[in-house]
Design a protein around this ligand. Structure first.
Ligand SMILES: Cc1ncc(CO)c(N)n1
Length: 224
């Protein structure tokens, strides 16, 4: 069993919670309140700005030019392809680019991105990959699962999101990252694997918190 297979098997209970969250279920059956989706896409835009910096860090930490190049491709595809989806949705919701740039992160967006950046800046390349992998892997899995629902990927509001995350292009990047984690953990001592598993678990948990934050439009409880 590879390290990624071990992680996937062990964390299935949390992954199933993510997949069955009412926000995700609402994307699939089209019942999601558009206002919740609007909140989600703004927070996700802010999230991806910070998340993309991890790919720049990955390129810096990589030991070979090929891996550097793929992290550079991940940086480009996130900033210029994945986030173009958010800019298009923002336009649909009448949100200007200025509003998008001026939006403020929720506590969950702040905690999730800062956790990944902390791990990415202070850890090894394997730590960085363990931190970023639940993000792309779980969205690819969720995208494929929703795409199986008849008509879901044709929904006038949520269809484009489902098509993006169920696409072969997005899946290829997720699969590359899965393979990279397995390559980086080959022959590693059990203590190192346990540390990587903890990082992967934490960002898997943050994925659930992000769905929940979006569904409840959770901002700072102390603010009006
Ligand atoms: C919170 C979150 N997780 C994963 C992805 C996939 O890139 C995303 N866009 N946002």
């Amino acid at each position: 069993m590879t390290f990624s297979e071990r992680l996937y098997e062990k964390l299935q209970p949390i992954w199933r919670k993510n997949h069955s969250h009412p926000f995700v279920q609402g994307l699939g059956d089209g019942s999601l309140d558009p206002d919740k989706f609007r909140f989600f896409m703004i927070q996700d835009y802010l999230y991806l700005i910070e998340y993309s910096k991890l790919f720049a860090l990955g390129s810096f930490k990589a030991d070979d030019v090929e891996t550097m190049g793929i992290f550079a491709k991940l940086l480009d595809s996130t900033l210029n392809e994945e986030m173009s989806l958010h800019r298009q949705y923002a336009a649909k919701f009448g949100i200007t680019e200025q509003e998008l740039e001026n939006a403020k992160p929720s506590p969950t967006t702040l905690a999730y991105t800062h956790y990944m950046l902390h791990v990415g800046q202070n850890g090894t390349l394997a730590h960085l990959v363990a931190a970023i992998l639940p993000c792309m892997w779980s969205y690819w899995e969720i995208g494929k699962e929703l795409d199986e629902i008849p008509g879901a990927s044709d929904h006038d509001l949520y269809g484009e999101w489902i098509r993006m995350y169920s696409s072969d292009d997005f899946g290829e990047l997720a699969q590359w990252c899965i393979q990279l984690l397995d390559d980086l953990t080959e022959g590693k001592p059990v203590e190192e694997l346990e540390k990587l598993e903890e990082i992967f678990l934490n960002t898997t948990r943050f994925e659930y918190m992000f769905w929940d934050m979006a569904y409840n439009k959770g901002m700072w409880p102390t603010d009006d």
